[in-house]
Write a protein that binds this ligand. Structure first.
Ligand code: KIV
Length: 282
């Protein structure tokens, strides 16, 4: 059964965990869809893990539309959530509505994700227009400068209470789901019990209604730092490095290409077709 926004509510009601993973290109999208993931998030994490920036801030609307189109071509029938990039929704509701609409109209997304909980009336407006919205609270990476780094949130009573209030407001405004990123597990479990929107955790413990991971972390397709909350299941980067090194070695030693990689010679008796004479030729 294809995922819809109702699937999030039904799974929450049945206490079945919801699985979400990021993808930014067609091939990865087809792989995670084939693996049976409930939804694909075209995260603005693309700025960091795909484009090599140090934060998510530089990625543009056009780039996010491109990634979303690639993902929807690669994973036909998947439920696709497009992340609204920094400054695509903060400058005004009309602007936000136009940008959110583009993800559904031009790029094949089924929903959008918006960071922060201070403007629930924007969520209300998008939802009324027919655009399902996933919220995102806790460590919202677009606020990295305001937070003074990629720091866990909700660790003091005041900040935990603010996150609870924002989650309730986003729920009320109509979010079908809310990402809780890097907040203490008891806080995430408490929010999950209070609201009807499905909570999707990343670094927020097992008490959420589902989990979202960055696909590069799961595949080991990254160098160096693995966030504490992430788990690596494969070693795509190391395997790729070894494969390319072996290929380079074989070219240098002459082991590649072998006879089996050569284009066959013309079979005896088979001749090239005569070239069509050029009428303009002298
Ligand atoms: O951009 C992203 O990948 C995200 C997830 C980490 C939730 O926002």
């Amino acid at each position: 059964m294809p995922t819809t926004v109702q699937t999030f509510a039904e799974k929450k009601r049945r206490r079945e965990k919801i699985t979400v993973i990021t993808a930014y290109d067609a091939l990865t999208a087809s792989m995670v869809h084939a693996a049976g993931i409930d939804a694909i998030l075209v995260g603005d994490s693309a700025a960091m893990v795909f484009a090599g920036f140090d934060s998510t801030l530089p990625i543009t609307m056009d780039e996010m539309l491109y990634h979303t189109r690639c993902v929807s071509r690669g994973a036909k029938g998947a439920f696709i959530i497009a992340d609204m990039p920094f400054m695509s929704y903060q400058a005004g509701h009309d602007d936000a509505l136009r940008n959110a609409g583009r993800f559904l109209k031009e790029a094949g997304a089924n929903a959008v994700k918006i960071e922060g909980g201070t403007d629930p009336s924007l969520v209300e407006r998008l939802v009324k227009t027919g655009i399902p919205v996933m919220g995102h609270l806790g460590l919202t990476p677009q606020s990295v400068n305001a937070f003074g780094g990629f720091k866990a949130q909700g660790k003091t009573e005041t900040s935990a209470a603010a996150i609870v209030r924002q989650a309730e407001a986003l729920d009320e405004a109509g979010c079908f789901s809310i990402v809780l990123e890097c907040v203490p597990s008891p806080l995430a479990a408490d929010i999950s019990a209070r609201i009807s929107a499905a909570t999707i955790g990343i670094g927020a413990g097992p008490g959420c209604d589902g989990q979202v991971s960055v696909v590069n972390d799961v595949l080991g397709l990254s160098t160096g730092y693995l966030p504490r909350h992430a788990k690596r299941y494969a070693a795509f980067y190391d395997d790729g490095l070894a494969a390319v090194r072996a290929h380079v070695d074989e070219i240098r030693t002459g082991a590649f290409p072998g006879p089996e990689h050569e284009v066959g010679a013309v079979a005896p008796g088979k001749r090239d077709k005569p070239a069509t004479p050029d009428p303009a030729a002298p």
